[in-house]
Design a protein around this ligand. Structure first.
Ligand SMILES: Nc1ncnc2c1ncn2[C@@H]1O[C@H](COP(=O)(O)OP(=O)(O)OP(=O)(O)O)[C@@H](O)[C@H]1O
Ligand SMILES: [Mg+2]
Length: 254
């Protein structure tokens, strides 16, 4: 299948200090890719160059055949990219339902149609209802986002990204900061939310091997800002390089 994202020689420095160096990567449409690596490996930075909130210092990012290297994240979102952050970003004083409604509305790739407004955004409300069902948030529909427990906040953030029906979903550490039980529950929930969306390309970063085995088909291992290994989740998890890297960082996920 043709690649939906191509990175060519992508590098990003902060004040002259390289965080990502010369990354070449192709992601096929519909693929589910995990980017893993120890703390500070450059995962979030690389992610930011794909999503558009970091402009690469070197190289080129192509999305759906178009060079988007200089495009802002807002224009990439309009072209069909949605992302979540390592720390969830919500509208804290709004209800779960209204958070999803805002996300669905702002993520409308086709723009807001006259008929939508005329019909009271019926199609958008239907998508919001489906998103709440898929994410088991229906009972919390009227709860204020700031009052949600951490797991539910994260689920809401993911539902907000998915309700936009993006072509690419970018998930930065979907279980970051969660304890074991919450992380397992969130992973199961996320898998369920993505099950009916096989056409959606997913790129995620994770430390959590359960997330990687549950959601990814291919894994790219980063260290010191570079891609050092790639393969299936099992191949990468069992590789000496992965073991050495994670042991060198106090054990941990892989
Ligand atoms: N805004 C920034 N300004 C300066 N340096 C930064 C900035 N963001 C990241 N860095 C540095 O770039 C390197 C890569 O960071 P990055 O956050 O991309 O790693 P990561 O793999 O996502 O790590 P983690 O697993 O902790 O999330 C690190 O050395 C980090 O200190
Ligand atoms: Mg990170």
């Amino acid at each position: 299948m043709s690649p939906i994202v191509v990175l060519e020689g992508v590098g990003k420095s902060y004040g002259g200090v390289p965080a990502v160096t010369d990354v070449n990567l192709e992601v096929a449409e519909g693929e589910r890719l995990a980017i893993i690596g120890p703390n500070g490996a450059g995962k979030s930075t690389l992610f930011g160059t794909i999503a558009g909130e970091h402009r690469p210092t070197t190289g080129r990012v192509t999305f759906d055949g178009r060079d988007v290297t200089r495009h802002r994240s807002s224009s990439r979102a309009m072209a069909g990219m949605s992302r979540t952050f390592q720390v969830a970003r919500l509208f804290p004083t709004m209800s779960v339902r209204d958070n999803l409604f805002m996300a669905a509305l702002t993520g409308q790739r086709r723009g807001i149609k006259f008929w939508d407004m005329f019909s009271g955004h019926r199609e958008v409300h239907e998508r919001v209802d489906r998103a709440m069902e898929d994410s088991s948030l229906t009972e919390l529909a009227d709860a204020q986002a700031s009052a949600l427990a951490q797991g539910a906040r994260k689920t809401l953030e993911m539902a907000m990204a998915i309700v936009q029906e993006p072509r690419i979903l970018l998930l930065d550490e979907p279980t970051a900061g969660m304890g074991y039980e919450d992380a397992r529950a969130a992973t199961t929930q996320l898998k369920r939310m993505l099950d009916g969306r096989r056409d959606m390309t997913i790129i995620l970063t994770a430390h959590d091997m359960d997330v990687i085995h549950s959601l990814a088909e291919r894994v790219v291992l980063m260290a010191n800002g570079q891609v050092v290994l790639e393969g299936t989740p099992r191949e990468v998890a069992e590789h000496e390089t992965t073991k050495a890297l994670y042991l060198g960082h106090g054990g941990g996920a892989a």
